[in-house]
Design a binder for this molecule. Structure first.
Ligand SMILES: [Ca+2]
Length: 329
């Protein structure tokens, strides 16, 4: 009975509210407060247009860019020079929702801010492949991509960023990585006019316009001289030293390998088609996590968009860094 009375009262109030339009008591509603990845549209917060760059916190947060939803063909065709079987079979991947990706790999300065804020001592089980205890074995500026950060430490970083900003930070899935690396292209290299030999290596120094790698001079002389290096850098380069890709991202190809969330699978048989991270299912080996993008110390063939690398989650290397992603809004 009590319930029924409340229901009647509720209906009565609703009728009053509906009829009260001429009462003159309307108060203009405050516009909602949108998050950094959103814009106000018709008095509602919606995801900002693709290409919008934003920050979830000043000073220490990586600049993020809104990436459009879309479809692409992941992997390389059998005919691609230099490819290997782990890059196939090619399959269509559809990313249904926009998401956000770090404009650049995480920098030395951004990583230092994390360490300073948290006192994080690093992964106690870390294996220093080629890293000194203090970090890289070569000089870096604060705007270079951080290296000597293993997969476990990358997880600690995204957890901290999530906690700090209240947003869902994470690594990219391998499929998301290839999607943003290709940025609408479907060629071996996601850059124009790269001609290759039968091994997939470029036949000119054209790639040097777009990425930092073990470049043509270094490659042909098998030496690592900075002098004469077409791309201008013998080791890592400050992020943004090359043009952004069509999605507005820097250094996706080259500079440093980037950790992804995925466990290693020997090929793409039964691979997911939605852009989610592929974990242990279908024979995934989580003793290795997938790396993408090649690095300053790898030849051109490895900088093809479909090329896949992998390493132990505890492994630190001067060739490996990370890029973050986050769900929007
Ligand atoms: Ca180089």
């Amino acid at each position: 009975m009590k319930i029924k009375l409340w229901m009647i009262l509720g209906i009565f109030c609703c009728v009053l509210a509906a009829c009260g339009g001429g009462g003159g008591n309307d108060v203009a509603e405050e516009p909602p407060e949108c998050s950094a990845s959103q814009v106000l549209q018709n008095n509602a917060c919606v995801t900002a247009p693709a290409g919008t760059a934003f920050l979830d916190c000043v000073d220490v947060c990586p600049t993020m860019v809104v990436i459009p939803a879309g479809s692409f063909t992941m992997g390389s065709p059998d005919s691609e020079p230099g490819r290997s079987n782990d890059e196939g079979p090619q399959h269509q991947v559809t990313i249904a929702q926009p998401f956000a990706v770090g404009q650049s790999p995480v920098t030395v300065a951004q990583w230092s801010a994390f360490i300073q804020a948290t006192g994080y001592a690093g992964d106690p089980a870390a294996i220093n492949f080629d890293c000194l205890s203090a970090g890289a074995f070569f000089p870096q500026t604060s705007n270079d991509p951080v290296v000597c950060v293993n997969w476990n430490e990358a997880q600690a970083y995204v957890q901290w960023l999530s906690q700090k900003t209240g947003k869902s930070y994470r690594l990219l899935s391998e499929a998301e990585w290839e999607y943003v690396a290709r940025a609408g292209t479907q060629t071996a290299y996601p850059f124009p006019n790269i001609t290759t030999d039968q091994n997939g290596n470029q036949t000119t120094n054209e790639l040097a316009k777009y990425a930092n790698y073990y470049d043509f001079v270094d490659y042909t002389t098998n030496s690592q001289a900075a002098a004469g290096s077409f791309d201008g850098f013998a080791n890592t380069s400050p992020v943004g030293s090359y043009p952004k890709n069509a999605f507005g991202l820097n250094d996706v190809i080259g500079n440093v390998w980037e950790w992804t969330q995925d466990c290693f699978h020997i090929d793409y048989q039964n691979a997911p088609t939605t852009g989610v991270a592929w974990q242990a299912e279908n024979g995934g080996n989580c003793s290795f996590r997938v790396l993408r993008g090649g690095s300053w110390d790898f030849g051109p063939q490895v900088l093809r968009a479909a090329f896949r690398g992998w390493d132990e989650p505890a492994g630190r290397s001067g060739l490996i860094g990370l890029r973050v992603a986050r769900t929007v809004p």
